[in-house]
Design a protein around this ligand. Structure first.
Ligand code: NDP
Ligand code: MG
Length: 394
């Protein structure tokens, strides 16, 4: 019998956070919640605290913290409510924590995810933006801290499952020819190109296969999500962009594949439900029940594959170029994308302008070498300023 694992869920109120807590609740003998964090959905965070009884809850500011503390005391809970970005790092790196689910969306998730890595935790990485921004620095922190980094992104979790245990020796050394990264193509895969300028945030967030937070849903519609995932895969598996091929697979049943030199191609399949990769990473190297229904191949009947269309999805090209440029280019790509997606969700720009903003930012500011976390944060800030200026002058 393994000892109970204490878990911090960063971004507990989000889509990945809730799926994680669903899996945890199925295995009270294995997992106990140590800390939960939320940002704007405080009523939901309160309900999660009542259900999971964490030692700590973290919210953005002191006023909200006080209100939540009063409510939780009235409910008879001993949960201590903390606030601010530093508290996120503290509950991620706390000595009593075994596992950290990194599920805050965007750049805000970088400091606590890095703190978990430095503190040598088992880090379950959903927050791909953190790795995209800081690349080599993040992987060095994992090594330095002795952390175990497991991918939650379904594609990367699939690739991890299809690779041999000693893949860190190098993909070529273990006989890998290519990694095939699957993409659903999102809701606009077949929409006539001249209609893309009129799509709404609601249409962009209505993903055909996956239920996700709004930012990643827009990223999936623009295929920036696949671009970020390409960069994420390069760091996780020490691959070059040329070793990774994006394959559009509209059914989202095959979550990615690994092509070996002998012609064997290994794939991981499953229903599109994030509880599968979450359960896999939580229990690794064991397996636990996730609550996901068995895959019914007869109901699926067919699997399709297409070449990605970079004219329709310029974000994919921009991400590949940023991956090849290296240094601060991926951090700038990510920051410009975050500003652009927020502006699209606020109906300030049209969908195709997301790519225009990112292209403008990447051309306006040359990438520099990634020396330290400050270099990343400066590049992130510069890209955000350039993107905001583009929006203001529009
Ligand atoms: P959601 O938008 O559903 O959740 C985001 C979480 O982050 C929420 O708990 C939110 O709090 C919190 N949050 C937002 N902004 C801040 C901030 N500034 N500081 C602290 N916390 C903040 O997103 P998802 O769960 O869909 O995605 C989370 C991450 O996982 C993303 O990086 C995404 O790319 C990745 N991912 C998601 C997948 C999915 O299927 N959903 C699949 C693969 C990767 P609140 O809700 O209280 O405002
Ligand atoms: Mg994914």
């Amino acid at each position: 019998m393994t000892a109970v694992q204490h878990i911090t869920v960063l971004g507990a109120t989000g889509s990945i956070g809730l799926s994680t807590l669903d899996v945890i609740a199925r295995h009270p003998d294995r997992y106990q919640v140590f800390a939960l964090t939320g940002f704007s959905r405080i009523a939901e965070l309160e309900a999660l605290c009542v259900k999971h009884k964490p030692r700590y809850a973290v919210v953005p500011d002191a006023v909200v913290a006080h209100q939540l503390q009063v409510s939780l005391r009235a409910a008879g809970l001993v949960t201590e409510v903390l606030h601010g970005a530093q508290s996120l790092c503290e509950v991620a790196a706390h000595a009593d924590v075994d596992v950290v689910m990194a599920a805050i969306v965007g750049a805000a998730g970088l400091p606590p995810t890095l703190a978990a890595a430095e503190a040598g935790k088992k880090v379950l990485l959903a927050n791909k933006e953190a790795l995209v921004m800081s690349g080599a620095l993040f992987m060095q922190a994992v090594k330095r801290g002795g952390a175990v980094l497991l991918p939650i992104d379904s594609e990367h979790n699939a690739i991890f499952q299809c690779l041999p245990g000693d893949y860190a020796r190098g993909l070529q050394q273990v006989g890998v020819r290519r990694v095939l990264l699957t993409a659903s193509g999102g809701p606009f895969r077949e929409m006539p190109l001249d209609q893309l300028h009129a799509v709404t945030p609601e249409q962009a967030c209505a993903h055909p296969n996956w239920s996700m937070g709004r930012k990643i849903s827009v990223d999936s519609a623009s295929m920036m999500n696949k671009g970020l995932e390409l960069i994420e895969a390069c760091w996780l598996f020490d691959a070059s962009p040329a070793q990774i091929e994006v394959v559009v697979h509209p059914q989202s049943v095959i979550h990615s594949l690994v092509d070996y030199v002998d012609g064997s191609v290994l794939a991981q399949l499953g229903n599109p439900d994030m509880r599968t990769p979450i359960s896999h990473a939580l229990a690794w190297p064991e397996r636990i029940d996730s609550g996901v229904a068995p895959l019914d191949l007869f109901a699926i009947a067919r699997l399709d594959f297409q070449v990605p269309d970079e004219q329709r999805f310029p974000c994919l090209r921009l991400a590949r170029e940023a991956a090849q440029a290296g240094g601060t280019a991926p951090a700038m790509l990510n920051a410009a994308n975050e500003v652009a997606v927020a502006a699209f969700l606020e109906r300030r720009i049209r969908f195709p302008e997301i790519a225009s903003i990112i292209e403008h930012v990447l051309q306006a500011e040359p990438a520099v070498a990634l020396e330290c976390l400050d270099t990343v944060l400066v590049a992130d800030g510069q890209a955000r300023n350039l993107a905001e200026r583009w929006l203001a002058q529009r």
